[in-house]
Design a protein around this ligand. Structure first.
Ligand code: GAR
Length: 620
C-alpha cells in the first residue's frame, strides 16, 4: 500500500455526502488532510477531487494519487460492485462486494440470512402475487409491515395498523413495482430503535459506538420519513448488559453466519435493531455507515481508526473493542426548505459560522458558474456538537445550527428535538402492568414520539416490573430500601433520575410515600396513579375496599404528588364499572384495564401542556 510522506497511508473515501465528509474529517484528524481524498466529494468538503470516472479510469486515477486504502461510503456503489472492481485492481478496500451488499440490497436475502442463522427478527410471510396474500393475512390479522424486496430509496416500507391498511399497502407496492413484486409481510415490532455498527472482516469484527437517529421530518416524530434529520451517540439504553445481549444474540451469530455462508465481507455493518419487550431484534442490515449516524459515531472513536480500516480491508482485524470516548455527540441535520418533497434553488454556503465544541459537516455543495459555493436542496449540512453530557452536545449542535439558520439568506429547516424526547422515570415495585402500558404507549400509542421511558426505579430489585424492564432493555435503577435508610435511598434514586436526564417521575405501583426532600426536588413533576378516588380512599388496597364494599363503580385517579398520602391535585379520573363483578380479581382486572388507558393519556396531556420536559433545547 502506498504511504504519504509522513509515513501514513493515503486514503480515498468514495462518495459525495455528509457521511463521506464525516469520514474524511475523522481520518484527516488522524493522518493529516493531505493524506485523504474524497471522490468525488462536494464543494464544501476539503480534499474533494470531483468526478474521477468509473472502473479502470477510477482505479488509474486513484493510483495516480497514490491511494492505498479505499473506503466506500454509499450503498449504491457497493451494490454496483465497485468494491469488487477496486479489489481486483489491487486496492485494499473497506466495503463489501456486490454479493455482501445484498444483505442491504435485498430484504428477502437479508431475511433468509437472519432465519438461517437463528438471529432474532420479525416473523415473515413472503408474497409474489395476490394469490399468496391469504396466507399473510391469516398470519398477521393485526398490525403488520409490508416491505418491497429491492432498493427503493427509502420508499419501499409501509407500516400498517390493520388488514385494510395492509391491503392498501400491497396494492400501492404492486402499482409501483409490478404485479409480481416480491414483498415481505412482517410482524410489526414495537420498542425503541437502536443502531449498532461494526467493522467486519472475514469472521472477525470490532464494535463501534452505537447511535439513534431521527427519521421523521418533524418534531415529535411526525411528518414524512426522511434520510435522517439528526442522530445521537451514545444511546442511554445501550448499557453494558444490553450490549452483551446484543453481542451474544445478534452480532456474534451474524459474523459467524457470514463466515459459515462463505460470504466475503470486509466493511462496515450497520445493524438496525428494535428493542422489543421480547429482546433486541434485527430490523435491517446496512452494509455501510449511515448519514447522519456516521457524523455522530466517528467523533467517539478514540485512538487510531486508520489502522483499523486498513486491517479490515486486509482481513486482519484486531479482535476486541474499539476505544470509545465517553463524550456525547449530537448531530442536527440542516435541510433546505421543501425537503424531502421539492427541489429548491441552491443557497450560498456560509463560510464564517463557528461555535466551540461544534463543527459543520457539508452534505452537499456545488460551485456555481460565478464561483460561489452553494448548497442545493436536500440535507445540506449537519451541525455536530460534542460535550460531556447529552445536553451539552445537543446545546452546542443547536447553537451552531442556529447560527447557520439565522445568517442564511435562504430558508432551512431542522428538527428542534434531536436527542430530546421527554424522558419518564417510572417508579414501580409490583407486577409492572402500568409500566408495560406506558412503554407500549411510547412505542405505538398516545406517547409515540412524545416521550420515552428513560429509567425504571424500584425498591424491590426482583419484582416483576424490574425483571420485565431488564428483558426489554430499559435502563433500571433498583436498590433495596433498607429500614431507616429511606432518605438515603430517595437521595440516590433522585440522583439516578437526574443522571438519566428524566423530566417526569411517574409512580406506577410504587407503594411508598416519597419524602419531602424528594418531592421538593421534582416539584410539580411527580405523578401517581391510584386505584380509587383519592378524596375517598388513600393508601393501599384501593381494589380491596371497592370489593369489600361491593361498590358499583370506583374512580381511578391520576394526581400530582405532594408531600401527603395521595393528597395532591387531581389531574384525571376515569370510572370503572364494577357492576356484576364476582371476585376481587375481576375488580382488579377491570380497574387495571382503565388504568392502562388513563395513565398514558394523562401523561400525554401533562407533556403537551409544556409544564415538564420542554421539547426544545437550551440547557447546558
Ligand atoms: C395499580 O393498581 C396501581 O394503581 C396501584 O398499584 C397497582 C400496580 O400495578 N397503586 C397504588 O395502589 C398506589 N397507592 P402494576 O404495577 O402491575 O401496574
Amino acid at each position: 500500500m502506498s504511504q504519504t510522506e509522513g509515513g501514513a497511508l493515503r486514503v480515498a473515501v468514495l462518495g459525495k455526502g455528509a457521511r463521506e465528509a464525516g469520514l474524511a474529517r475523522r481520518i484527516a484528524e488522524e493522518i493529516g488532510a493531505d493524506a485523504v481524498v474524497v471522490v468525488p466529494g462536494n464543494a464544501g468538503t476539503p480534499g474533494s477531487t470531483g468526478p474521477l470516472g468509473e472502473g479502470a479510469a477510477l482505479a488509474a486515477a486513484l493510483r495516480a494519487r497514490e491511494v492505498g486504502l479505499v473506503v466506500i461510503g454509499p450503498e449504491a456503489l457497493l451494490a454496483a460492485g465497485v468494491a469488487d472492481q477496486l479489489r481486483a485492481a489491487g486496492f485494499a478496500v473497506v466495503g463489501p462486494g456486490a454479493q455482501g451488499a445484498l444483505l442491504e440490497g435485498s430484504k428477502a436475502y437479508c431475511k433468509a440470512f437472519l432465519l438461517r442463522h437463528q438471529i432474532p427478527t420479525a416473523a415473515v410471510v413472503e408474497v409474489r402475487s395476490p394469490a399468496d396474500d391469504a396466507a399473510a393475512f391469516a398470519t398477521f390479522p393485526g398490525p403488520a409491515v409490508a416491505k418491497y424486496d429491492g432498493l427503493a430509496e427509502g420508499k419501499g416500507v409501509v407500516v400498517c395498523d390493520d388488514p385494510d391498511q395492509l391491503r392498501a399497502a400491497l396494492a400501492d407496492l404492486r402499482a409501483r413495482f409490478g404485479a409480481s413484486a416480491h414483498v415481505l409481510i412482517e410482524e410489526r415490532l414495537t420498542g425503541p430503535e437502536l443502531s449498532v455498527f461494526l467493522l467486519v472482516a472475514d469472521g472477525a469484527y470490532v464494535e463501534l459506538p452505537e447511535a439513534r437517529d431521527h427519521k421523521r421530518l418533524l418534531e415529535g416524530d411526525q411528518g414524512p420519513n426522511t434520510g435522517g434529520m439528526g442522530a445521537i451517540s451514545p444511546v442511554l439504553a445501550a448499557d453494558d448488559p444490553l450490549r452483551a445481549r446484543i453481542r451474544a444474540e445478534i452480532i456474534a451469530p451474524t459474523v459467524r453466519g457470514l463466515a459459515a455462508d462463505g460470504l466475503p465481507f470486509r466493511g462496515f455493518l450497520f445493524i438496525g435493531l428494535m428493542l422489543t419487550p421480547a429482546g433486541p431484534k434485527v430490523l435491517e442490515f446496512n452494509t455501510r455507515l449511515g448519514d447522519p449516524e456516521a457524523q455522530v459515531i466517528l467523533p467517539r472513536i478514540e485512538g487510531a481508526l486508520v489502522p483499523l480500516l486498513a486491517g479490515c480491508a486486509q482481513g486482519a482485524l484486531p479482535v476486541g473493542a474499539v476505544r470509545t470516548s465517553p463524550r456525547h455527540v449530537a448531530g442536527v441535520v440542516i435541510a433546505r426548505d421543501g425537503y424531502p418533497s421539492a427541489a429548491i434553488e441552491a443557497a450560498p454556503l456560509l463560510p464564517t459560522v463557528s461555535v466551540r465544541g461544534a463543527h459543520l459537516v457539508v452534505g452537499s455543495a456545488v460551485v456555481d458558474p460565478a464561483g460561489v459555493v452553494r448548497l442545493p436542496g436536500g440535507r445540506a449540512l449537519t451541525a455536530v456538537g460534542v460535550g460531556d453530557s447529552a445536553a451539552a452536545a445537543r446545546h452546542r449542535a443547536y447553537r451552531l445550527a442556529g447560527e447557520v439558520v439565522e445568517q442564511a439568506p435562504a430558508a432551512f429547516q431542522l428538527r428542534p428535538d434531536v436527542g430530546r424526547r421527554p424522558r419518564l422515570a417510572v417508579f414501580a415495585s409490583g407486577g409492572g402492568s402500568n409500566l408495560r402500558a406506558i412503554t407500549a404507549a411510547c412505542a405505538a400509542g398516545a406517547l409515540r414520539g412524545l416521550a420515552e421511558v428513560g429509567l425504571v426505579v424500584s425498591d424491590r430489585p426482583r419484582c416483576g416490573a424490574v425483571e420485565w424492564s431488564r428483558a426489554a432493555g430499559l435502563e433500571v435503577w433498583a436498590e433495596r430500601r433498607l429500614p431507616d435508610a429511606g432518605a438515603e435511598w430517595e437521595a440516590q434514586a433522585a440522583a439516578a433520575v437526574e443522571a438519566a436526564g428524566c423530566d417526569l417521575v411517574v409512580l406506577a405501583g410504587f407503594m411508598r410515600v416519597l419524602g419531602a426532600a424528594f418531592v421538593a426536588r421534582f416539584e410539580g413533576r411527580i405523578i401517581n396513579i391510584h386505584p380509587a378516588d383519592t378524596r375517598q380512599h388513600q393508601g393501599l388496597g384501593g381494589y380491596e375496599q371497592a370489593w369489600e364494599r361491593r361498590l358499583d363503580e370506583t374512580l381511578i385517579t391520576v394526581h400530582l404528588v405532594d408531600g401527603g398520602l395521595d393528597t395532591g391535585p387531581i389531574l384525571a379520573q376515569a370510572p370503572v364499572d364494577l357492576r356484576g363483578a364476582r371476585s376481587l380479581d375481576e375488580v382488579r382486572t377491570r380497574g387495571l384495564a382503565v388504568e392502562h388507558a388513563l395513565y398514558p393519556r394523562t401523561i400525554e396531556r401533562v407533556l403537551r401542556s409544556g409544564s415538564v420536559g420542554a421539547l426544545t433545547v437550551g440547557e447546558e
